[in-house]
Structure formats: structure tokens, C-alpha cells
Design a protein around this ligand. Structure first.
Ligand SMILES: [Mn+2]
Length: 474
């Protein structure tokens, strides 16, 4: 009589509740399979762009070994992981969606992608291992990956041969990879900075991806606006869930945790609990973005009257934020300082605060050594947008915060006003109102293009748009 535990095959990556598997089963499972036809590998649209980026990177650090890992799964709890999403620099350079993959550019400038091969039926891993085909579905062979991504591929385990090699490594993605190479902190940081700054200018294909993400996001806003009565009947979570559905159907996921902030929650800049009530007569601030299939994300905010029409006081504040955004958009052109849209918006907002009787003198609070208006505006008006919602974050100040706008930059324009519930300095009837309007803007040769212009933002347009949302979209 055989028992269940006469295992003679090492079985890694199984869980404590998995049944034991006798050798008879393992042998049996390796036989009786047909060769299923698999779709032929096809060159991905983005592959030539990525090859060009790798060549630019190699040229920047000639004669050096450069290492960019994709990152791996992160534990959510016990043996369940967060969904895997490869690092943005890796995605920009390679495009593989496999965890634990590593791009290595050698001293001669040749790029190799190391990643786990697909398991064939010749080893039991295809059904025993939790990354096997029976658990996670088929994974592409390294030969197919090489064709699709236009890069040489090697099995992940072979990266061991490079142990001890001097290299620049993109850190904080994969500790195992960092330990493999000899690298220095300063040199690594220069690599991260170069990648971040190289991503500032988006090429035509990237702009197309961002437009698709924005278009899907606009559909998601329509979905949510249409279902606001259900959010009133339940909570802000209804809005989050509805947008999440659109994000998963049209893209990869949301690009960041959706902010669905009704009433005074709108004054919490990153309100993502989304568990509060949605009330008729109040406003709901929705800051949401679909991350598209190629992992570029939108980042759009609209503040809507829950019942479909503004009260006069809500409209007054909304008009002010809208005019500040118009002023900021007018500054979005090449050669202008990155801070020009911000400063233009702040001037309008400070003057509006004066008109509302909240500050005594706009000119006084606008002074560089004052800025007391920021009590109600809190944040900057723009950040770069791309594969990351806060894109290009490792760029040097002189090219980003203190730099000038260049054709190909994509950035948000998102002024806001936030009157906290407990703010004794604002009129009582304004307390608890938070309004932000955010659009995604491409800097062009002669100005800008608002990628999210199709989603109304002027106060009348918002009311008309909400009234017209009758037919559900697919
Ligand atoms: Mn934003």
C-alpha cells in the first residue's frame, strides 16, 4: 500500500493545504498531453520605441553594465499577494509583464531580458507549482517573448552567472538582484535620475496610450455620474466600485486609489476610505484614473453636485476654481516655467478669497514670503503624468520643479479650494466645501492639448452633462 507522502520530487512553492502528491501521480500527469497550437508570437507595437530607449540608455553609460528589475509579487496576507504590476522604468524599457524579470544591458550595450521560462509538461511544476500553467494559465516561452518584445531572452536562473559584476542597478525593486551585483549608491541614483528625466518627454505612442487611458476614464466618470442615486442609497463605495469596473474592463486597473469624496470628505486631499454617505444637495469630488492596458494612467478630477444642479453658493466657489484652472491652462505652453500654471491659478484663487471676504488683501497673501492663501489651496497645481501618476519623480529640480515646460510633457492642471469643516476663518455656509478640477494636458509645439477636454468642467456644462446621462454605456 502506498501512502500519500512518498514524494520523490521536490515540490517548491506549494501551500500547507495542498494535497500530497505521490510519484505515481507525478508520472501519470506527465503523459497523455497533445501539443496545443499556441498563437504565433507577434512583434508588439511598442517594441521599436523600447529598443530605441534601451539604445539611448546604453549610450548614456557607455562600457557599463546596467540592471533594471521588474520587481516581484508583494505579500498582502499570508500566501496571498497584491496583484503584480511591473515597475515603470522596466516597463518603459522592456514591456514584459512577468514578475522577477531583469533587464541587463552589458558593457557592449547589448540588452538581455532574464525571466522565468514557461514550464513544459516534462516537469510536474506545471500542475504542482503555484506559478505553473494549471494555476496561473499559460506563460509565453522565452523564444516568443524575444519575438514580441524584440530583445534577447535568457532563463532567469542564468543571471547567477553575473554574480559579483560591477553594475549600476535600479534599486528598491528587487533585493535579490541588488545583492547579485557590485554597485554604488551614487551611481545607482544617476541611473534612476536618467530614466526619470528621459521619461519626461512622451513620444507619439505614449501620448496615444495616455489618450486611451483618459478616454476610458471619461467613460468611468459617466458611469459614476449615472449611478449617483445608488451611491446616495449606499455610500461613496458605490462610486469607487463602478469606476473600478470600468478600469478593469477597459484597462489594467485604476492607476491609483480612487478618491470618491462626498461632502466634507472632499477637504481630505487623499480620501480613499470612500466609506461615507453621499447626500443630495452636497458635492462629490471624484479624483480617478484608469491605468490603460499599456500601464499609462490618467488622473482626472471632477467635483459634481450630487443632485445634478449647483446651489448658488456651490456655483460661486466652483466658478472660482474653474476660472483659476482656465488661468493655469493658459500658461501651459513650451518655454514657460513649470510653476507658471500654478502661479496663475493661485493669483485667481487668492483674489477670489479676497472677494469672499476670507483674506483681506490678495496682493499681501500672494507675496513669496507670505502665501497664507495656501491654507485653502494646499497643494501644487501640476505634476507629470505617464506610466506613474506622479511621473518622473526622480528627476532633478532643474528639469522638473524649477524647469520649463517642453513639447511632449504631459502634466495635470488641478487647482482646488478646500474649506475645512472646523475652519473659523471662512464663512459658516462654506465650511465643508472642497472643490478640485483636474485635467491632463500635453504640451505641444505651440501651446497645449487638453487630453481630458471631452469631460465637461464649466459649471453649466457639468449640469447639462449630468442631465443628459440617461443611457448606460457599455
Ligand atoms: Mn493629480
Amino acid at each position: 500500500m502506498g501512502t500519500d507522502d512518498n514524494l520523490d520530487t521536490p515540490q517548491e512553492n506549494t501551500a500547507s493545504h495542498d494535497p500530497k502528491r505521490p510519484s505515481k501521480l507525478l508520472e501519470f500527469m506527465s503523459t497523455g498531453w497533445a501539443d496545443l497550437p499556441r498563437p504565433a508570437a507577434d512583434v508588439q507595437e511598442a517594441s521599436p520605441y523600447r529598443a530605441d530607449r534601451r539604445a539611448r540608455l546604453a549610450a548614456q553609460f557607455p562600457g557599463e553594465v546596467l540592471v533594471v528589475p521588474s520587481g516581484g509579487f508583494k505579500v498582502r496576507a499570508n500566501d496571498t499577494d497584491f496583484p503584480f504590476r511591473p515597475g515603470s522604468d522596466f516597463t518603459w524599457l522592456v514591456g514584459s509583464r512577468e514578475p522577477d524579470a531583469v533587464l541587463v544591458i552589458d558593457a557592449a550595450g547589448e540588452a538581455v531580458l532574464y525571466q522565468a521560462p514557461a514550464w513544459t509538461r516534462e516537469t510536474p511544476a506545471f500542475f504542482t507549482d503555484r506559478n505553473g500553467e494549471f494555476w496561473v494559465g499559460p506563460r509565453p516561452s522565452l523564444e516568443d517573448v524575444a519575438v514580441e518584445l524584440g530583445i534577447a531572452t535568457r532563463p532567469l536562473e542564468e543571471i547567477e552567472k553575473l554574480r559579483g559584476t560591477a553594475a549600476r542597478v535600479l534599486t528598491s525593486y528587487d533585493v535579490k538582484v541588488e545583492e547579485l551585483f557590485e554597485s554604488g549608491e551614487e551611481a545607482n541614483k544617476e541611473l534612476a535620475t536618467w530614466l526619470s528625466e528621459a521619461r519626461l518627454v512622451k513620444d507619439a505612442w505614449e501620448v496615444e496610450q495616455l489618450q486611451q487611458a483618459v478616454d476610458a476614464t471619461i467613460k468611468g466618470f459617466e458611469d459614476v455620474a449615472r449611478e449617483l442615486p445608488k451611491a446616495v442609497a449606499t455610500s461613496e463605495r458605490w462610486a469607487e466600485g463602478v469606476f473600478g469596473l470600468r478600469a478593469r474592463v477597459e484597462g489594467n486597473d485604476v492607476g491609483y486609489g480612487s478618491i470618491c469624496a462626498a461632502g466634507a470628505h472632499a477637504c481630505v486631499l487623499h480620501w480613499t476610505d470612500n466609506d461615507g454617505p453621499v447626500r443630495e444637495g452636497e458635492l462629490i469630488l471624484l479624483d480617478m484614473g484608469v491605468e490603460g492596458r499599456e500601464l499609462y494612467t490618467a488622473d482626472v478630477t471632477r467635483t459634481l453636485p450630487v443632485s445634478g444642479t449647483w446651489t448658488p453658493r456651490q456655483r460661486e466657489v466652483y466658478e472660482l476654481v474653474y476660472r483659476s484652472q482656465e488661468a493655469a491652462l493658459a500658461e501651459c505652453r513650451p518655454g514657460n516655467a513649470f510653476t507658471a500654471p500654478h502661479n496663475a491659478a493661485m493669483k485667481v484663487l487668492a483674489e477670489g478669497l479676497e472677494a469672499l471676504g476670507i483674506v483681506e488683501s490678495a496682493a499681501e497673501v500672494l507675496a513669496d514670503d507670505d502665501k497664507r492663501y495656501s491654507r485653502w489651496t494646499i497643494h501644487g497645481v501640476s505634476h507629470m503624468l505617464g506610466l506613474d501618476v506622479h511621473d518622473c519623480a526622480a528627476s532633478r529640480d532643474e528639469l522638473y520643479r524649477d524647469g520649463t515646460l517642453q513639447p511632449g510633457y504631459v502634466l495635470t492642471v488641478e487647482p482646488g479650494l478646500y474649506f475645512q469643516l472646523d475652519d473659523l476663518l471662512v464663512p459658516e455656509d462654506l465650511r465643508g466645501i472642497g472643490i478640485r478640477i483636474e485635467d491632463d494636458v500635453l504640451i505641444t509645439e505651440d501651446g497645449h492639448r487638453n487630453l481630458s477636454a471631452a469631460l465637461p468642467r464649466d459649471p453649466d456644462g457639468v449640469e447639462r452633462w449630468m442631465a443628459a446621462l440617461t443611457e448606460p454605456l457599455l
